[in-house]
Design a protein around this ligand. Structure first.
Ligand code: ADP
Ligand code: 5GP
Length: 198
């Protein structure tokens, strides 16, 4: 998908001189959401991009906070209108990053974090070569499966799809600028903070 500047004559690359874009990727269940929550609590100055998805909300998820939950037809309409900075289909659902909100935040000098899967991360790498990409790895595949199961929010079919995709994603970890293993949560959080702030 082409990336076009919005609301100014600046290119997206020029925008990045004002702010910074961080891409956080890793297999489902590795702990990205958990790490993001802690990161945002400790660093309210960060801008977390709330994605759009066609997935149904999990118990406790709030529209506009965790995701913007929309229908497939609405997603396809937004896609046709080039409203996404990147997008992908993951485990049977569409996910996308709202273009305008993210570019505005970068333009105003914010440190912007996208928590997205592999295909989207590749699109961002192509359109924002200066973005910093971080891949979160599980300590082992067994532990990853355990975390997905213990989370207790996905059907057997969804778990199987996520584990299959996880294998592909983990194989691509080397494409990312930095790899962090989320074994001990505090250690992984410190590692991310070091990458972002030190
Ligand atoms: P993701 O957003 O990557 O899909 P979640 O943040 O939902 O993953 O985490 C999946 C499960 O793993 C959750 O139940 C979470 O509490 C647990 N978890 C996250 N990090 C760790 C960790 N370092 N050690 C043990 N469990 C973890
Ligand atoms: P979940 O359904 O577990 O919340 O998310 C599934 C996967 O979609 C995760 O790997 C998550 O990082 C990814 N994801 C969430 N939002 C986006 C997005 O806007 N774009 C892309 N490409 N992936 C996303």
């Amino acid at each position: 998908m082409p990336v076009l500047p919005i609301q100014s004559s600046a290119t997206t690359e020029e925008c990045l001189h004002l702010g910074r874009l961080i891409v956080l990727t890793g297999p489902s269940g590795v702990g990205k959401g958990t790490l993001m929550r802690s990161l945002l609590q400790g660093h309210p100055e960060l801008y977390y991009s709330v994605s759009v998805t066609t997935r149904s909300p999990r118990p406790g998820e709030i529209d506009g906070k965790n995701y913007y939950f929309i229908s497939r037809s609405k997603f396809e309409q937004l896609l046709a209108e080039a409203e996404f900075l990147e997008w992908a289909e993951f485990a049977g659902n569409y996910y996308g990053t709202p273009r305008e909100a993210v570019l505005n935040q970068i333009n105003s000098g914010k440190l912007v974090v996208l928590e997205i899967e592999l295909e989207g991360a590749r699109q961002i790498r192509a359109s924002f070569p200066s973005a910093l990409s971080v891949f979160i790895l599980p300590p082992s595949f067994d532990e990853l499966e355990k975390r997905i199961r213990d989370r207790g929010q996905d059907s057997e079919e969804a778990i199987a799809r996520r584990l299959l995709r996880a294998q592909e994603e983990i194989q691509a970890a080397d494409e990312f600028d930095i790899q962090i293993v989320n074994d001990d949560l505090e250690t992984a959080l410190n590692d991310i903070e070091t990458v972002l702030f030190k």
